[in-house]
Design a protein around this ligand. Structure first.
Ligand code: CA
Ligand code: CA
Length: 355
């Protein structure tokens, strides 16, 4: 198994009861979690976690103006509750530290700045957001023990795993010599010059996969290939540890983009109204984003990607595995990987879900 999956299992055993974790962590880090009011049309409530008797509000003396918002926190932590989707944003004096979404395992964390780039675009995404998964969907109470352990954590997160398959990504092998990552194809080249769909994570790996009730054998001509949903299953499923299924069961990550839109784990961030969404405000890096990019299947969702963040040109940019780009990309070859403007994917964007 992967280091991230192993770490998540360790995280489960490290979980404290919420109140216990909050008090302990606040005491250890020397911060207090206090009430916080931000004028926001979206905000439905501001909750305050009472500082425990053992926690002294001794905010650090670091000058925010001269400190990059990287690892660590500055000042007391506050919780801000937002709606659509229901979520808790933990903030410090520098801004958001982490976003927890009710019903979702995905957490967006502030961390050291990094840059996502690819030879297929001049745009870059310079980001301080790291995307990690809770052991269970968030129920509404922040586990400050979990949070403290991940502030400043620079081990592979979901976005790092996602970029390990894009154009030009170097090959990576596990201890047993199995190629687990590296520039992926989309699928086998067909007689008409297009790439065939159907390459799942286990086809890329060249190994069979046992589900609860069936075993899927790898297609040899799909070795090293990931179609759009296969890429999402590789990143969130095989690498990050979300359980997977071939038959949608409402619990595990299913095989096809349209099935993921309907019943992947997590919560709907932007509902599918059959048209292009008017607001992207609720999107967080790591969100699954869904498209109706082809009329072959009518208005069904037929493409899925992973939201990456705002790029250097100010456009919301995503990662997805595409036929015309022959695999996962954040680039602009035959279609821009952005949600703004008038390109194919921008106009085909329909919905978003947070795993
Ligand atoms: Ca369609
Ligand atoms: Ca490729």
């Amino acid at each position: 198994m992967t280091s991230m999956a192993a770490r998540m299992r360790k995280g489960e055993s490290r979980l404290l009861r919420p109140a216990q974790g909050a008090a302990l962590t606040a005491g250890l880090l020397g911060f207090a979690v206090v009430a916080f009011a931000v004028p926001s049309a979206e905000m439905t409530a501001v909750s305050a976690r009472k500082p425990s008797a053992t926690s002294t509000p001794t905010a650090t003396t670091t000058n925010p103006a001269s400190t990059a918002p990287a690892s660590g926190t500055t000042g007391a932590l506050r919780e801000q509750r937002l709606a659509s989707p229901d979520r808790v944003v933990v903030r410090d004096d520098l801004g958001p530290v982490a976003t927890f979404t009710v019903g979702s395992r995905t957490v967006g964390l502030r961390g050291p700045q990094r840059t996502f780039s690819e030879s297929t675009t001049t745009a870059r995404v310079i980001s301080t957001t790291w995307v990690r998964l809770l052991a269970q969907p968030f129920k509404g109470t922040v586990d400050y023990g979990w949070l403290a352990a991940r502030i400043g954590d620079t081990s592979e997160d979901v976005l790092e795993l996602a970029r390990q398959y894009v154009t030009g990504a170097p090959e990576r092998r596990d201890a047993a010599g199995l190629r687990i990552a590296g520039d992926a194809s989309y699928g086998p080249l067909q007689a008409d010059g297009t790439r065939a769909e159907g390459s799942d994570f286990n086809d890329y790996l060249g190994m069979h996969w046992s589900y609860r009730t069936e075993v899927d054998q790898p297609e040899t001509d799909q070795f090293g290939a990931l179609d759009c949903s296969g890429y999402v299953r590789m990143v969130f499923g095989h690498r990050a540890g979300i359980s997977m299924t071939l038959q949608p069961d409402g619990l595990a990550l299913p095989r096809r983009a349209v099935q993921m839109s309907d019943s992947a784990p997590g919560v709907v961030v932007i509902p599918d109204s059959g048209t292009r969404p008017t607001s992207l405000a609720a999107l967080l890096p790591g969100d699954l984003i869904f498209f109706d990019a082809s009329t072959d299947d009518g208005t069904l969702i037929d493409h899925v990607g992973i939201y990456l963040g705002i790029d250097s040109a100010g456009a919301p940019r995503f990662l997805s595995s595409r036929k015309s780009a022959d695999g996962p990309t954040m680039g602009d070859i035959r279609g821009r990987s952005t949600l703004s403007g008038t390109g194919l994917y921008a106009t085909a964007f329909r919905a978003a879900r947070r795993v």
